[in-house]
Structure formats: structure tokens, C-alpha cells
Design a protein around this ligand. Structure first.
Ligand code: LLP
Length: 421
């Protein structure tokens, strides 16, 4: 469920007509709903009620400071994967003891920053990384709380670019080697083992792979405890999928996912951490664009938007589907027509949808891409010297610009010309 509905023939974000936002900030822009973000966080929190748990928002999905501030105020933890995300998390008010640091290549500088600023745990992904963190912690006279990310070798049945739990993926250590690696971690004086971490992929639309991974984690918990390790936390990663295409069957709900977590792992008396990103932010955001031209090609019509692949790269990168809807509701009974929806960037990959059935579209119309709140703005670039687009947050009848559109001058001023040129 989200809070983007037609009212009086205009698509609204909560109580704000998107036409009003477009007039105020120009197009294209991202628009997020506070109510949807809040609701989605609470769905996870409630799904794990009765179990000691922390929902660590995977901020890679949407790391706007306003979104992070909202999450921190709701009581979420944060899952960060870089020094930049760590700095954003602290700035948004997440306490250090609610921040988990994931990622396959943490640098020593990132480790130092997190150990100094406060951290709940590092999710380590390799032995060299373990040695590095040990050294950094000792040099700071501290001990780093750690889990090891295990790769359970299960097929998440998702897009190959976002599956992470197969043995051929770069993530974690093979679960078959876990006991050996944990023994090494326990022997390092700068590390304190607190649990196990697993994340098998993103946009999972089926609980079965989770079930397989959780069974393996439960077995490993028993084995590691028998080896003398203090396993009291299980970080289960993120990955629960969202319905991108409204006509398709919906993926499992957080409450079903929570029930599976409890069924498979509840008896271990561990604290449960989860790292959802997409399900919290995805359907809490739209990308709104304006039609520049409608052009008739040979056998097809192209809708050319002022948004492009640099603003929302998911269709070009993963062949991802985003529902596209007009901001002004079409009259009932109007027959849809097939369009290729494209951006102005100079490559054919800059295509959002091919032969998509849409109500008749004309230049000047506003359209909205649904499910664009996660992995939208955060993956944007300034390719073709198109400045990053603004982000707007709505709450009830209020809207605020939470990221400004840079000017061309800003863009140019970021570069410097060496005096020897
Ligand atoms: N935890 C870890 C360690 C992760 O690597 C990820 C996502 C998450 C949590 C959050 O997963 P989520 O709940 O959002 O599925 N750019 C891609 C998605 C990449 C996901 C990367 N890792 C896309 O646009 O589909």
C-alpha cells in the first residue's frame, strides 16, 4: 500500500497534488511519502514483535538526509556500506550503537571512522578484512564487535545482478568454511564475535530461499556455540521484494517474512537484525517527469521525457519494470495505446519502457514512475551533464524540497582547470 492516489482527477502524494509540486520545483523530480515510509518501517518492526530485534534500514536504497532523519526518529537502526553512508547516518541522528557496517571492501579509514564514532557491529566478509579490522581496532586501543557474513549457497531466484547468496558471488565466506574462519576471528584480540550475518539477494519474491538460508544459519549457530563462540545476534540482511507491476501477484508480506524468521530462528534466543531497504523506500517514492515530445517512428510512437537513464537507471541496468501513470487521470473508457517511453540521453539504452500501453499522451503532460523511491535517486548520475534532480518529501498537506536541483554553474564549478594546462 502507498499514499499516491488520484483525487479530483490529479495524482496526489498524500494530500499534495503532484501538479503543485511540479509547478514549484520543476520537472523531473523525485517525490517521497512520509506516511508510506513510516508504514513500511512499522510493518517490519511489528512483524518481529515479541522477538528481541532491530530493523536496520539499508540506506543504500534511499539515503536522503530527510528520509534518514525520519527513519532514525522512528527508532530504526541503519545498515551502511561506506564511509559516506556512515557519516550520513550519524548526521541524521542514528546512534552509533544502532549502525551496522556491511560491505565487501571496507577500507581502514572507514573502519577507523566507525570505531571512533560508534558502531553496533561490522559484518565482515573475508579473512583479509578481518586482519585489517583487528589491526585498526588494536591501534585505537579498542575491540571491534563483529559478525562474519556467510554465503549459504542458496539461489535467491532474483535478477542475477542482485543475487548475492550463491557460491559464485563475491559476498561473504563460504558457509562450509565458517567454523575455521570464526576460530580465526576469535583468536584476534581486536575483534569480539557477536553473531552471524547473511544476505542472499534483493527483490526476492518468494520465501523459500530465505527458509533455506535460515535453516543453514540455525545449524551454524548451534555448531559455533558448540565451538565456544558467543553467538547472540543474527543479522539476516534485507531483500524482501516489492510489487513493481501492479498486475502481477504480490510478493510475500513482511508479516509472513517475520513469521518465517520466528519459526526458523526463534528458538535460538538470539537478537534478530534485518536490513530492509527496497521494501521501506521503493513504493514510498515516485519519479515525476514531463513529456517533451511525442514522436511518431516507423510502426511505433515514442514518448520523449525530460527524465532519463541518468535519473532512474533501473530499466537500462536491469531491464526493470516501473509502472508509468499519467499525473492527470485519464477520462474513463479512454483506450490505451502502445508507446516506447524514452529519455533524451544519447544512447538507445535510455529507454524506460517498450510498447507500454498508456492512455493517449501529449507533449506537456506529466507522468509518474511508480516504485521509484528505492535505488532511484541514489543511483543517479550526471551523465550528459544533466544535473541531479531534486527530491521532495511530502507529509500530509506539506511538501518540502529535501534536495535542491544544482545549477549549471554548480556543475561547472565542481571541476578545476590545472594552471599548467
Ligand atoms: N543488506 C545488504 C548487505 C545488501 O547488500 C542489501 C542490498 C540490502 C541489505 C538491502 O536489500 P533490499 O532490502 O533493498 O533488497 N540496485 C539494485 C538493488 C541492489 C541491492 C544491493 N544490496 C536495484 O535497483 O534493484
Amino acid at each position: 500500500m502507498d499514499h499516491f492516489l488520484y483525487r479530483d482527477g490529479i495524482l496526489h502524494a498524500e494530500d499534495v497534488p503532484l501538479t503543485e509540486v511540479a509547478a514549484a520545483v520543476g520537472t523531473p523530480f523525485y517525490c517521497y511519502s512520509t506516511a508510506t515510509l513510516t508504514r513500511h518501517f512499522r510493518l517490519f518492526d511489528e512483524a518481529l514483535a515479541g522477538t528481541d530485534h532491530l530493523v536496520c534500514y539499508a540506506m543504500k536504497a534511499n539515503s536522503n538526509q530527510a528520509v534518514l532523519t525520519l527513519m532514525a526518529r522512528l527508532g530504526a537502526g541503519a545498515d551502511v556500506v561506506s564511509g559516506g553512508e556512515y557519516a550520513r547516518a550519524l548526521a541524521a541522528g542514528f546512534p552509533g550503537d544502532k549502525i551496522v557496517f556491511s560491505g565487501v571492501g571496507k577500507t581502514r579509514a572507514e573502519m577507523r571512522a566507525a570505531l571512533t564514532g560508534g558502531i553496533r557491529q561490522f559484518n565482515l566478509e573475508s579473512e583479509p578484512e578481518m586482519e585489517a579490522l583487528n589491526e585498526v581496532a588494536l591501534s585505537l586501543g579498542t575491540v571491534a564487535p563483529v559478525t562474519v557474513r556467510v554465503n549459504p549457497d542458496v539461489d535467491a531466484r532474483t535478477h542475477e545482478k542482485i543475487a548475492t547468496g550463491k557460491s559464485e558471488n563475491k559476498f561473504g565466506i563460504p558457509i562450509s568454511r565458517a567454523r575455521e574462519v570464526y576460530a580465526r576471528a576469535a583468536a584476534l584480540p581486536g575483534l569480539r564475535v557477536v553473531g552471524i550475518d547473511v544476505h542472499i539477494g534483493s527483490q526476492l519474491t518468494d520465501l523459500e530461499p530465505y527458509g533455506q538460508a535460515f535453516d543453514k544459519v540455525a545449524e551454524l549457530t548451534r555448531a559455533l556455540r558448540a565451538d565456544g563462540h558467543d553467538i547472540r545476534r543474527l543479522d539476516l540482511g534485507g531483500g524482501l521484494g516489492i510489487p513493481y507491476e501492479r498486475s502481477n501477484t504480490a510478493p510475500p508480506l513482511p508479516v509472513e517474512y517475520g513469521a518465517l524468521v520466528k519459526e526458523k530462528l526463534g528458538h535460538l534466543s538470539c537478537e534478530i537484525e534485518i536490513e530492509p531497504g527496497r521494501l521501506i523506500a521503493g513504493n514510498a517514492g515516485l519519479l515525476v517527469a514531463q513529456v517533451i515530445y511525442v514522436k511518431s517512428g516507423e510502426g511505433r510512437d515514442f514518448v520523449i521525457l525530460d527524465a532519463a537513464m541518468n535519473d532512474l537507471v533501473r530499466p537500462a541496468m536491469y531491464g526493470a519494470w516501473h509502472d508509468i501513470v499519467p499525473v492527470v487521470e485519464p477520462a474513463p473508457g479512454v483506450a490505451p495505446r502502445p508507446y516506447d517511453v524514452v529519455g533524451p540521453v544519447c544512447e538507445s539504452g535510455d529507454t524506460f519502457a517498450k510498447q507500454r500501453n498508456l492512455p493517449p499522451i501529449a507533449a506537456g503532460d506529466l507522468v509518474a514512475f511508480r516504485s521509484a523511491g528505492a535505488y532511484g535517486a541514489v543511483m543517479a548520475s550526471e551523465y550528459n551533464s544533466r544535473p541531479l534532480i531534486p527530491e521532495v518529501l511530502v507529509k500530509d498537506g506539506n511538501f518540502g524540497l529535501v534536495r535542491q536541483r544544482p545549477s549549471y554553474e554548480d556543475l561547472i564549478a565542481r571541476d578545476t582547470i590545472p594552471e599548467w594546462l
